[in-house]
Design a binder for this molecule. Structure first.
Ligand SMILES: [Zn+2]
Length: 289
């Protein structure tokens, strides 16, 4: 199996110190296998260069960490080592921003102008390292949200209320939610969408001005924006899917399809008949307009 021995570990530590120290003892302190690979943390003492943790394992590069300053225990040094290795590995793997978008939106159809912007930000996050990169992710997130507002809002949604300014994302989405998700059946859905919408906008603004954002906050901001775009595509699809809220009045199944549509001479739909795939019951639904 090519398992490393005391000699391998000792040689490695002495080589790392440019042979200025001698290893007095090296023993496997703890084994880990929770990430699917066996990793051993060795406890190594030297004559004049202090004590070290050496982490190594199957397909895991060997590395050493001083016991004194930062790494108090085997758990800590193991987590740190695996975190670093994961970062190195993922930076070598081919990154495809579309995979990220598809995963975050559950493959929803995304309007092309939004998809283009999402691709751009998903690409940006992959190489973001400096605070300016993170802030500009905040700026781009805001632009995506403004574009999203323009995508779902049309002026008649305001009814007789005042028209929102063109970049007023919060107000546009609020009016769109009221328009698309009417009635008490939609109360919970409306409420969660409103909360996520406002939180995403506020967070994007925070990142734009933040002086201590890291990769992780910026990445959260990107995830929120991508999810929100997917979420509004869902809302749109729901509004274009008039039978989604219906179920069979006899067996309560949601597996229903359109049986036939009666139209008036003008082409206006008079009635829709649905058929239940479970019990073959045919029933008519009311059309709200
Ligand atoms: Zn049925």
């Amino acid at each position: 199996m090519g398992k490393r021995t005391f000699e391998d570990v000792a040689k490695y530590v002495e080589w790392q110190s440019q042979n200025k120290c001698k290893v007095l003892s090296a023993k496997p302190e703890q084994d880990f296998d929770d990430l699917g690979v066996k990793v051993t943390v060795w406890n190594v003492k030297t004559d004049n260069d202090g004590a070290w943790w050496v982490v190594e394992g199957d397909a895991v590069p060997m590395n050493l960490y001083p016991q004194g300053a930062y790494y108090f225990g085997t758990d800590e040094v193991y987590s740190f080592h695996m975190g670093i290795m994961q970062r190195m590995q993922s930076s070598q793997e081919q990154y495809n921003p579309d995979d990220y978008i598809q995963a975050a939106t559950l493959n929803a159809e995304i309007a092309p102008q939004l998809l283009r912007k999402l691709r751009s930000i998903a690409t940006l996050i992959d190489s973001a390292t400096e605070i300016e990169d993170f802030q500009s992710i905040g700026v781009q997130s805001r632009e995506i949200l403004i574009e999203l507002g323009n995508h779902i809002y049309v002026p008649h949604m305001a009814g007789d209320q005042e028209q929102p300014q063109s970049s007023n994302f919060k107000r546009k989405t609020e009016l769109a939610i009221q328009f698309f998700l009417k009635g008490s059946d939609n109360a919970d859905y409306r409420s969660i969408i409103k909360k996520i919408t406002e939180a995403t906008w506020d967070y994007a603004n925070k990142i734009t001005h933040s002086s201590n954002a890291t990769y992780y906050e910026a990445s959260t901001c990107v995830s929120l924006c991508i999810s929100l775009v997917g979420l509004y595509e869902n809302v749109l699809q729901k509004s274009f899917d008039p039978i989604s809220q219906h179920s069979c009045p006899i067996c309560k199944s949601k597996k229903i399809t359109v049986d036939n549509i009666e139209t008036e001479e003008t082409g206006k739909i008079k009635a829709i008949h649905l058929i239940c795939d479970e019990c073959e019951n045919v029933f008519e639904i009311e059309l709200s307009d």
